[in-house]
Design a protein around this ligand. Structure first.
Ligand code: SF4
Length: 213
């Protein structure tokens, strides 16, 4: 059993309610979407086949209890499920970040799911799979990447219509270089939204164009 892996690295978790914690990232190759503002286009094709054992060996080497599986779109590769199973068996706390177009119904309930809902500015909003909302629980996270006021209004409406704040943590994240975090903060405060503003912490700590952070 093997996976096509783009990179594995150890860094500070920059997003979600886990932001600030050291974390091992396993980035899998391939994505079925093409978000306009995607910052990991290098993961669309680059990567090499690694056995699950090889991936686990590298992860163990970092001696870190938190692991995030990301992409690209990590759910495109069926072998992600045995990898998750092995990580959980070894006692890791496992996060997975998915673009939200593929079903998350096979994921182990112990995995923390970070589910993107794509706003119109991504140009991928027709691909949102809203069936996924029924597979979330309170530890899970729904992420809206917001490029402008139109995206914000969309995210606000979807959050209210589906009562999302009752299902999971809600993350509003501005697109770096397109929307200033302060502007998004002001909108959230003005509208009294029960959501979490997140910045991509790793992009402020290091060069935003640097890989493996
Ligand atoms: S889903 Fe993620 S990896 Fe895929 S294009 Fe969108 S931002 Fe990039």
């Amino acid at each position: 059993m093997s996976l096509r892996v783009n990179e594995i690295f150890y860094s500070i978790q920059g997003e979600s309610t886990y932001a600030g914690r050291p974390c091992v990232f396993v980035r899998l190759t391939g994505c079925n979407l093409r978000c306009r503002w995607c910052d990991t286009t290098y993961a669309f094709h680059e990567g090499e086949q690694r056995s699950i054992e090889q991936v686990l060996e590298q992860v163990r080497g970092y001696k870190c209890p938190l692991v995030e599986i990301t992409g690209g779109e990590p759910l495109l590769q069926g072998e992600v499920y045995p990898l998750i199973h092995r990580l959980l068996l070894e006692g890791y706390e496992v996060l997975i970040e998915t673009g939200g177009s593929l079903s998350i119904d096979r994921l182990d309930p112990r995995v923390v799911k970070i589910l993107d809902l794509k706003a119109p500015g991504s140009e991928m909003d027709p691909h949102n799979n809203l069936e996924n909302l029924q597979h979330l629980d309170r530890k899970d996270q729904i992420k809206f990447v917001v490029a402008d006021r139109r995206d914000y209004e969309w995210a606000r409406r979807v959050t209210a219509e589906h009562a999302l704040a009752e299902k999971a943590h809600i993350l509003f994240s501005p697109v770096l270089g397109e929307l200033h975090p302060r502007e998004l903060a002001e909108w959230i405060l003005t509208d009294r939204l029960n959501v979490r503003l997140q910045i991509q912490l790793h992009k402020y700590l290091w060069d935003p164009n640097r890989r493996g952070v």
